[in-house]
Ligand binder design. Structure first.
Ligand code: FAD
Length: 577
């Protein structure tokens, strides 16, 4: 089998379009593309041309002769997607070559679009719009740095995934693309003002706000969300001052999706390995003195309903010390007997092969480990002045289970927040839309000039690359409306937009400013054998953008500058010892 798709698959489908023999599935036109945990190369059909390797923006495709030991399980995962068949038969036999979706073509020139949010959805949307001549796209972001959760969410020890920023950097250099970073839409400029300067406003503001766990004690110091912790690890200025306490030997993460696994892995990885990544200096320093020895990842339901994906589970179990206690091993075996779905079966087989919680404890005393625990419904966080543990009820029973812990993190899902000037579906946590056109939920009619893509459009599901087809659908709707004359021409000249924003936000960061930040971070990293050393406050980022002279790392500006109150409010529930 010549080529294999591995853990960092982002699902954007670039490889599908590059493949000359259509051996990568599911393709964006096939059922299951939106929910697939990764894409797969048909081992019998692959002709070893390497076109997919070049096309993949995250380096996930590897020739079988170059796989590392940790990547070997992906040989079977790729092959298992395709059913057994007679030698030489291609599968699925009825599948045609993946269609190259025609880029939407504005029928007259001069389309101007504001994209709000520079995460994956915003960047894919801008790129798709700019495949046509005489289109202008202004991309706004509240942070001085672009790329949303790729910078602030993806774990620092997943550098291949973060490498997609190279693709986004190339997109941002297209003619007609302009960055307005450190500009919050709704604060520095309103929706109506944006519409005066553009034909349409496309919101790609994401939905990475943690759902709250509503149990007693979740306000206590020592509690928080996995996303905030990931932000702190990643040097997100909104979480830079998070006083994380790692002085207790046990941490509990409630929920077992991929983000829960990311947090558990980072908390238990040897800090000297992390020192070679772009992890924030503050997090690295805290992890070097951390007392945490065990992270319990506690799920409400059973092993078969585990929320993490198979690629992430394999990555975790090949790189970290992961254990199950005896009761959970029994649950895994029972679920394995009943499992029908092949992906679920494969996950359960990986879980069934994990060592028991007591195995090897004597041989490796004190080795940091992750314990996956099941059927635990949290009922309260224990402690008077700060978190001391979590009380659970055995799901489906009455038994009470208590875990001591000094750090209690929730990772139970995300939702979007209302966008100023647009309707909001509070139950789903998204902006109501039909195929990306924002609609009034009462009348069902489109809100003129307003569009959405990414997590704020479809909810917090899928991978980085899933946002590509999502953004393409919205762009097709937007350009269709432009061609049909349903969008109003901007009433103000382009130069006035710049003037207006600079007057309201003197610390605006443009493309040159972002490149100055990027260069400064990379050159600081180069001296330490790291991809970059991040600035973690808005003030330091703005200073780096405005001057090639690097500001003092971590100096003088801690927590300064940013006025996004939401995160800071939540930080109040954390504590240092
Ligand atoms: C912690 C975490 C880790 C993840 N890790 C992975 C991974 O390893 N691999 C993977 O494939 N997927 C991963 N994902 C999923 C992936 O990050 C998402 O699919 C993707 O980021 C969603 O893209 P988006 O553009 O909709 O939103 P985001 O990436 O959230 O981007 C939204 C952007 O909008 C900006 N914004 C918000 N409001 C405003 C405003 N009012 N004005 C201006 N700008 C605004 C924000 O600053 C942000 O930059 C992870 C998700 C999380 C939460």
């Amino acid at each position: 089998m010549p080529h294999v798709i591995t853990q960092s698959c982002c699902g954007d489908g670039s490889c599908v379009y590059a493949c000359p023999v259509n051996c990568i599935h599911p393709s964006p036109d096939e059922p299951g593309f939106g929910t697939a945990e990764m894409l797969h190369i048909d081992p019998d059909a692959c002709v070893d041309c390497g076109a997919c390797v070049t096309a993949c923006p995250v380096g996930a495709i590897v020739a079988d002769t170059r796989l590392t030991a940790a990547q070997l399980p992906f040989v079977d995962i790729n092959a298992a997607y395709y059913p057994p068949r007679p030698a030489g038969a291609k599968v699925p036999p009825t599948t045609k070559l993946a269609p190259v979706l025609p880029a939407p073509r504005p029928e007259h020139g001069g389309l101007k679009v504001a994209v709000v949010g520079s995460g994956p959805a915003g960047m894919y949307a801008a790129d798709e719009l700019l495949t046509q001549a005489r289109v202008r796209v202004n991309v706004f972001d509240a942070l001085p740095t672009p790329y949303g959760l790729v910078r602030a969410g993806v774990a620092p020890d997943h550098p291949r995934t973060k490498a997609i920023t190279g693709l986004f950097d190339r997109m941002s250099r297209r003619d007609g693309f302009r960055f307005y970073l450190n500009v919050t839409v709704g604060q520095h400029i309103s929706h109506d003002e944006l519409l005066e300067h553009h034909h349409a406003v496309l919101y790609t503001v994401g939905a990475a706000h943690e759902r709250r766990l509503d149990v007693e004690g979740m306000h206590l110091p020592g509690t928080g969300s996995a996303t905030e912790l990931v932000g702190w690890i990643n040097g997100d200025p909104r979480s830079a001052g998070l006083p994380v306490d790692l002085n207790h030997p046990t941490a509990v993460v409630i929920g077992n999706g991929n983000v829960a696994l990311d947090v558990a892995r980072i908390l238990t990885t040897d800090p000297e390995q992390l020192a070679a990544t772009d992890i924030s200096d503050a997090a690295l320093a805290a992890l070097r003195t951390s007392a945490v020895r065990e992270v319990v990842v506690a799920a409400r339901r059973g092993p078969a309903e585990s929320a993490f994906t198979l690629p992430e589970l394999i990555g975790l179990t090949t790189g970290s010390h992961v254990v199950l206690d005896d009761a959970d091993r029994v649950l895994v075996r029972a679920d394995l007997l009943a499992a029908q779905d092949p992906v679920t079966r494969a996950k359960l087989e990986v879980l069934a092969a994990l060592p028991g919680a007591d195995a090897g404890a004597d041989a490796e005393p004190g080795r940091r480990r992750i314990r996956l625990a099941y059927r635990l419904t949290p009922t309260r966080v224990l402690g008077a002045d700060r978190a001391e543990g979590v009380q659970f009820r055995r799901t489906g029973g009455e038994e009470t289970v208590r875990l001591d812990a000094g750090l209690v993190l929730t990772s139970i899902g995300y939702r979007g927040r209302p966008v100023a000037g647009l309707p909001f579906d509070d139950a789903a946590g998204v902006v109501p839309n039909v195929g990306g056109r924002v609609v009034d939920p009462v009348t069902g009619r489109p809100v003129a000039g307003a569009y959405v893509a990414g997590w704020i459009k479809r909810g917090p599901t899928g991978f980085i690359g899933t946002n590509k087809s999502c953004a393409m659908q919205t762009v097709a709707a937007l350009v269709g409306d432009f061609n049909d004359g349903r969008l109003v021409d901007p009433v103000r000249r382009a130069a006035l937009l710049d003037k207006l924003i600079r007057a309201r936000q003197p610390d605006l960061v443009d493309a040159a400013g972002w490149r100055a930040i990027d260069d400064a971070e990379r050159s600081q990293g180069a001296g330490e054998g790291r991809p970059r050393v991040k600035f973690t406050t808005v003030a330091d980022l703005v200073a780096a953008a405005q001057s090639r002279r690097s500001p003092r790392r971590g100096g003088g500006h801690r927590g300064g500058g940013h006025r996004g109150g939401g995160h800071m409010d939540r930080i109040a529930s954390w504590i240092s010892s």
